[in-house]
Design a protein around this ligand. Structure first.
Ligand code: DGL
Length: 258
């Protein structure tokens, strides 16, 4: 099989990366996507770097056994823990990672207050702290670790308004909403909360995520390598999950909703 016809492997600690997959399928409908949710091992956000790296290697090996032309780490946490090591180990394979879209929220701004919602590991790692240092001179950047939001998605509680709204309000209870300019959804699970966030936050707060940026980046990489499938070719999505519980595949399909 030539490289062009190979699939694109997309993975996350669980179901959050489905929010990225949605954007990928919308933008590149002719591609074949393999999605791997590691729900048996979620959440990653409270694991060590070493544990996460081990999981990522296993998942990439799985994708390689299927034949892939690129990998998307649809997880901010796994990217900050393992992307550099993975790129070194699999140097022939394009590996696209994610980071909280602080650049999008802060670029060119001064005196803005920006809240970054992410997992504890993402917020602790050097990758994010280097990024934050670039924007903290001109703006106030507030780190908000939200591990509970990962579990709500994994436990299929996203439709439970009471659970979700109470959780979100707990995070924001000590912040003055009228001082916040932007909120960064720095974990792919959190993108599913966008409607709730719009309801809870002030209307004029800008809510940003990195899904479109990541998608455009992958498209550009494949275009440069002349590895995008043709417009008349049919795309596909195949979903795998590390959990034996069939519920996770069903839930992934529900979240993908295409
Ligand atoms: N969805 C992941 C992210 O973007 C991680 C969630 C987790 O497993 O803690 O960071």
């Amino acid at each position: 099989m030539n490289n062009k016809d190979k699939a694109i492997g997309v993975f996350d600690s669980g179901l959050g990366g489905v929010s990225v997959l949605k954007e990928l399928v919308k933008t590149m409908p002719n591609e074949k996507f393999l999605y791997y949710g590691d729900s048996a091992n979620a959440p990653y956000g409270i694991k060590t770097k070493e544990e996460i790296t081990e999981r990522c290697v296993d998942i990439i090996e799985f994708f390689l056994s299927k034949g892939v032309k690129a990998i998307v780490i649809a997880c901010n946490t796994a990217t900050s823990a393992a992307a550099n090591i993975l790129r070194e180990k699999y140097s022939d394979l394009p590996i696209i990672g994610m980071e909280p879209a602080l650049k999008v929220a802060a670029d060119g701004k001064v005196n803005n207050t920006i809240v970054v919602m992410a997992t504890p590991l993402t917020l602790k790692e050097t990758k994010f702290n280097d990024l934050m240092a670039k924007y903290s001179n001109d703006n106030i950047v507030i780190k908000m670790p939200c591990p509970e939001l990962v579990n709500i998605v994994e436990n299929d509680l996203l439709d439970n308004e009471e659970v979700v709204e109470n959780q979100l309000k707990t995070y924001y209870k000590d912040l003055n909403m009228s001082n916040i300019n932007s909120v960064v959804l720095g974990c792919t699970h959190f993108v599913f909360y966008k409607d709730y966030m719009e309801k809870i936050l002030n209307n004029n707060i800008n809510i940003v995520d990195g899904n479109l940026g990541t998608t455009n980046h992958l498209k550009e990489v494949l275009r440069e390598k002349d590895e995008l499938r043709d417009d008349n070719e049919e795309g596909s999505v195949t979903i795998y999950n590390s959990s034996n519980d069939e519920r996770f595949i069903k839930l992934s399909e529900k979240l993908l909703n295409i």
